[in-house]
Write a protein that binds this ligand. Structure first.
Ligand code: PLP
Length: 461
């Protein structure tokens, strides 16, 4: 059975326990208790995971876009242990967490513009949820009780809380749940590969901006509180918007006094070669940035949002009008999580990982792009160490077909056999490896992916 060191595993018993008692976040209920197929990872090191059959694999998706510095980092593990022994918890209501205060200072120092006030949560969903609740609070304090609607995009993903799930426009996440649809309004995904207009990138941009303007007009600006967007739609399939998109949308937000929330849960903490992608990659300073995942490299849960000084100033100090902000997470600014994040930032700095990502990105993207020549591959795209290979047996189709989705699943299984974990999302294989990845490791990863696609191609033709 499971032991303290994890060195002995009764794999069959653990798999049985998982099937009988563990509900995963993505569960086909008809097969609950009987289906196998999910691997049991027993240990990990660097960019590799090891499964219960003793097989070592490259972790292509980096956990779930989160293992920035890689597995097995001693400085982070030591920081977690030291903080747990020093003081494992203190109430954020009655006391200050030292690591939280220091982490807020660090994040403020590298967040863009005047974003310098940090609220900590327990992960990405709670980060976005808290940012959206802040928008409601903000407009109530300002005496604008109707300015609450949130505009977001089809194929965006922002989490699994009640409100963030409603803001997530991926069809697969929605069936059988009730959603806050009165609050949320969806506009098109800025998907250049599968957009229906048959237009140039520049014309598509004009279409998207006009659609946003029209939606604001239809809802009326006095009813729209926020625009919520990932800089790159990650779970939606690494969708990179047309050049200038975020800037134009931000200008429209400014015109109508709508807060711009940039959801950097995936793109933050080095994924695109910078602490945050909003300013450095997409040339915008939003009002709020949400973060999670890479802030601790996945060692312990943590999330949060950074808020601009100018927005906060409108409802604080002399403008506070007696308002009292509560968003009462027991684990807000948890000392162990914040200590892990500080150690993680230390590792990123010591190993100069932001520069490493900027240096290695062109190589990663070039190697991946070569897969475009394979017949099953419709599109290859990416930014930084985010990449996506989209299967499209009929590239003229505006939507992925069931067949393409099956193809991606088969590629995923074949990759696993060949020593690579990928993450099939619909018809796409998505990669976001740890930031420490080297050129030879990129070669190995892409070559396994290529061999697997070729193998599946041979099987289905
Ligand atoms: N926002 C984005 C952009 C995400 O990709 C995710 C998760 O994948 C979330 C929010 C939710 O984060 P969490 O799963 O930590 O709650």
């Amino acid at each position: 059975m499971y032991t303290e060191t994890g060195s002995q595993w009764n794999v069959a018993e653990l798999e049985g326990a998982a099937h009988r008692h563990l509900i995963s976040p993505a569960e086909e209920l008809a097969k609950l208790g009987t289906s196998g197929g999910r691997p049991l990872f027993t240990s990990a090191d660097g960019i590799h995971v090891r499964d219960s059959h003793g097989r070592t694999l490259i972790d292509g998706p980096g956990g779930m876009w989160c293992t920035q510095v890689g597995y097995g980092s001693k400085p982070i593990a030591d920081a977690i242990a030291a903080q747990a022994l020093r003081i494992c918890y203190n109430s954020p209501w009655y006391s200050i967490s030292g690591p939280a205060a220091e982490l807020a200072r660090r994040i403020s120092s590298f967040a863009p513009g005047d974003l310098n006030h940090v609220f900590f949560t327990t992960g990405g969903s709670s980060a976005v949820d808290s940012a959206l609740r802040f928008v409601q609070f903000y407009n109530n304090v300002l005496g604008r009780p109707t300015k609450k609607k949130i505009i977001c995009r089809i194929d965006g993903y922002h989490g699994s809380s009640h409100l963030t799930a409603a803001c997530s426009g991926r069809a697969g996440n929605r069936p059988n749940f009730d959603l806050e649809l009165d609050t949320v309004s969806f506009i098109s995904a800025p998907n250049i590969y599968r957009h229906p207009q048959g237009k140039s990138e520049a014309a598509f941009l004009e279409f998207l901006v006009a659609e946003f303007e029209e939606r604001i007009a239809a809802l009326k600006p006095e009813n729209v509180g926020a625009f919520l967007a990932e800089p790159i739609l990650a779970s939606g399939g690494v969708i990179i918007p047309p050049k200038g998109y975020h800037r134009r949308i931000l200008e429209t937000c400014r015109k109508h006094d709508i807060l711009y929330i940039s959801d950097e849960v995936v793109t933050g903490f080095g994924r695109c070669g910078h602490w945050f992608a909003s300013e450095e990659v997409f040339d915008i300073v939003p009002d709020i940035i949400t973060f999670a995942k890479g802030v601790t490299s996945g060692y312990v849960p943590l999330g949060g949002f950074v808020l601009s000084e100018s927005v906060l100033a409108k409802i604080s100090g002399e403008n506070a009008k007696g308002s009292f902000y509560t968003n009462g997470y027991t684990y807000s600014g948890h000392p162990v999580s914040c200590a892990a994040a500080l150690a993680n930032i230390g590792v990123i700095e010591d190993q100069d990982l932001l520069a490493h990502v900027r240096e290695i990105t062109p190589y990663f993207q070039e190697q991946l792009a070569k897969l475009r020549e394979l017949p099953l591959v419709g599109d290859v795209r990416g930014v930084g160490l985010l990449g996506c290979v989209e299967c499209a047996t009929d590239p003229t189709s505006e939507a992925a077909t069931d067949f393409d989705r099956q193809v991606a699943l088969r590629i995923d299984r074949q990759c696993y056999e060949n020593g690579l974990v990928v993450r099939p999302i619909g018809s796409m294989c998505v990669l976001s490896p740890a930031l420490i990845i080297t050129r030879p490791q990129i070669d190995e990863m892409v070559s396994i992916l290529r061999e697997s696609i070729v193998r599946v191609q041979a099987e289905i033709r």
